[in-house]
Design a protein around this ligand. Structure first.
Ligand code: FEO
Length: 384
């Protein structure tokens, strides 16, 4: 264990070999499951635990310390996975958590009810010379999330909120924190804004999340979150594409070049060979998305469906949506693709462009119209 401050220790696990989070987003630096041990003058507490497969190593790291309370700030198993084994090892230890997390860990991990004590929002629990205060924070990102505040040391444990996919002892890489935000927190941007404000009111000297390095200068991550969660996007058109014979790619390249000439920035994302994390990060900033696909068996190419569905569930701040693509013999490309985007009803559609085979002058003229419409919308928003 590594002491952070006045009998507060880091005792988490680094998972540098992990390649994907949620088996979805590639991890550039692996990740970590942070846990913290607080030694009070009368009682000791553990804040969050670790991912189930890491339990043995985690318990070994704890050494022979006594544990009276296990604080479960959130029920997901990368933080609660070791609770059943810990309760066996420490027969008098109690889990302290909120009612929603209690239900989750009972159902997901079979934690016995008599080993869980509910703490109320704002309740304080004394460890002797240290006081833990619990702050419910539902929605960043599960309904069961709460923060724990160690009053005497002014430390705030925010669980997943403000995390990054890095080791605890790594130098903060804001791009990793942004990638983490994109997948985990972006659908909850309004709640993130609410809790950024709350964290600023608490004004902790250090923020200790459950993934990634601690923030000894909380302003860095709070300012970044204010940018990422802002209601307005940036001057960016994100263009995820797949192409079979090159026609769709030709349309994508033409559209991007024309947009750039109009002063609109573009990011072309190769759905087949790209890193889904880059796509998710692009969604944090993009004001417009143009999905581009050829037709396969009378509908969109299957490879575009995954990113389209992800786009729909991440609910980014984008304001405009369009499609471009090409076909061979017929079908319904855009209606079928649009069916995966029903969550994005808040977006304004822009006239899509469909070419038969290679794009021809009339198709380029339609792309010009699309480019001009998007450029005008970005200008109206003051982005260009
Ligand atoms: Fe890091 Fe929601 O678990």
């Amino acid at each position: 264990m590594k002491e952070i401050k006045n009998n507060v220790y880091y005792c988490g696990i680094t998972d540098s070999g992990r390649k994907y989070f949620d088996e979805l987003i590639p991890l550039e630096h692996g990740t970590g499951y942070n846990s913290y041990f607080i030694k009070g003058s009368r009682k000791n507490a553990l804040i969050d635990t670790t991912y189930t497969p890491k339990t043995e190593k985690f318990i070994e790291n704890l050494g022979g310390v006594r544990i009276d309370y296990i604080i479960a700030n959130h029920g997901e198993q990368d933080h609660t996975g070791a609770i059943p084994a810990l309760l066996e090892k420490y027969p008098s230890a109690l889990v302290l958590t909120n009612p929603k997390c209690k239900a989750n860990i009972m159902e997901m991990l079979s934690v016995p009810e008599d080993r869980i004590r509910i703490v109320a929002d704002g309740e304080e629990v004394l460890l002797g010379d240290k006081t833990l205060k619990f702050i419910y924070a539902p929605g960043v990102h599960w309904p069961d999330t709460m923060f724990t505040y160690l009053q005497e040391d002014n430390l705030l444990f925010t669980c997943d909120f403000l995390g990054a996919h890095q080791a605890f002892n790594a130098k903060l890489d804001l791009e990793s924190a942004k990638r983490y935000y994109a997948e985990i927190m972006m659908p909850f941007a309004p709640m993130c804004r609410k809790y950024i404000k709350l964290v600023r009111e608490i004004a902790p000297s250090v923020i200790l999340p459950s993934h990634g390095p601690m923030y000894t200068n909380p302003e860095i991550i709070l300012n970044a979150y204010e940018d990422w969660t802002a209601a307005e996007g940036k001057n960016l058109v994100l263009m995820p594409y797949i192409s079979m014979y090159g026609s769709t790619k030709e349309m994508v390249d033409y559209t991007a070049e024309k947009l750039e000439k109009n002063g609109v920035k573009t990011l072309i994302y190769d759905v087949l060979n790209g890193d889904l994390g880059e796509f998710a990060v692009g969604l944090v900033d993009a004001t417009t998305i143009i999905l581009a696909s050829p037709m396969v068996l009378a509908g969109p190419h299957p490879i575009i469906i995954g990113p389209a569905y992800l786009l729909s569930v991440l609910r980014p701040k984008m304001k405009f949506l369009s499609f471009i693509g090409s076909y061979g013999w017929g079908g319904d490309l855009f209606t079928r693709l649009g069916a995966f985007l029903s969550n994005l009803h808040y977006c304004e559609p822009c006239e899509p462009v469909l070419a038969k085979g290679k794009p021809k002058p009339q198709d380029f003229a339609k792309l010009d119209d699309l480019v001009n419409a998007i450029s005008e919308k970005h200008r109206e928003l003051g982005l260009v």
